[in-house]
Design a protein around this ligand. Sequence first.
Ligand code: PSU
Ligand code: MN
Length: 309
Amino acid sequence: MTQPPITLSDAVADALAEGRPVVALESTIISHGFPRPRNLDAARLFERLLTEAGVTPATIAVIDGVPRVGLDDAQLARIAEDTAVVKVSARDLAPAMVREATGATTVAATALLAHRAGIRVFSTGGLGGVHRGAAQSFDESADLVALAGLPVTVVSAGAKSILDVPATLERLETLNITVLGYRTNRYPGFYLADSGLGVDWRVEAPDEVVEVMAAQDALELRRAVLVANPLPVDKQLDPALHDRVLAEALARADAQRISGKDVTPFLLAYFQQHTAGASLEVNIDIASNNIVLGGQIATAWAGRAARVG
Ligand code: PSU
Ligand code: MN
């Protein structure tokens, strides 16, 4: 077997070789989650939040058929600006490579490439999950199944509230994915601080997350740890606005027969257009909050590895 066909940036390769903290970042949120031109500012902000904390950012994407872990600014700009960039989930990686396509990776594809590169911590906004009406449509994000087979720690603000959150939590239970509430007993609802459901395990600090990761390794449980990190209540989207726009967005997606990988980008864009941009600001806050915490967890993980080897 040859080396995995993944290219690490020099910054990421050096940090990993020296045992310094690295956090993986996805790129679908940039290409399909946020509108241009705000998306490039957000992509740069996300990297800066890590760099300023002494953590190396590893934004992940497929550029001209090459899976890349760590992008330079021109590559980041390409993901943000080029309308031909496709959404790449785990199953799309191989054909995208063969066709020399340029694609932005979802949580599923990013977690896979991060793991192959040797990165343990990954921050995003909200996970994919079970869509409303999934009993008929069978629409469940590949993020869930991917995370069931990858020992990465993923910081998110829960599953997006556009989803069927109770069903998503049931699937996380079935798939044996560990869920930790970060300083909360409530499962966060992405745009909202509380989805209305609880979590069984609460942690108070990055060190506690790292202890759970180490215990999973000791048990050889090669599954994801989800750190559910709510937005502070004063920063969440207005719940009445949220509920009204969500109902409209779901009805519109249904009427327009939106399906497959287009569903999530459609719903997020609808939210942005019909909340006068408020959902976009909240979404950027959510991701920033998760990236800062991901940096702290990666730092604690690197510190632990230096102590215990
Ligand atoms: N979270 C966001 N914005 C996004 C996504 C997540 O705040 O755009 C993306 C992620 O890349 C996630 C994907 O993996 O949506 C899920 O898409 P789907 O439901 O098609 O699996
Ligand atoms: Mn889907």
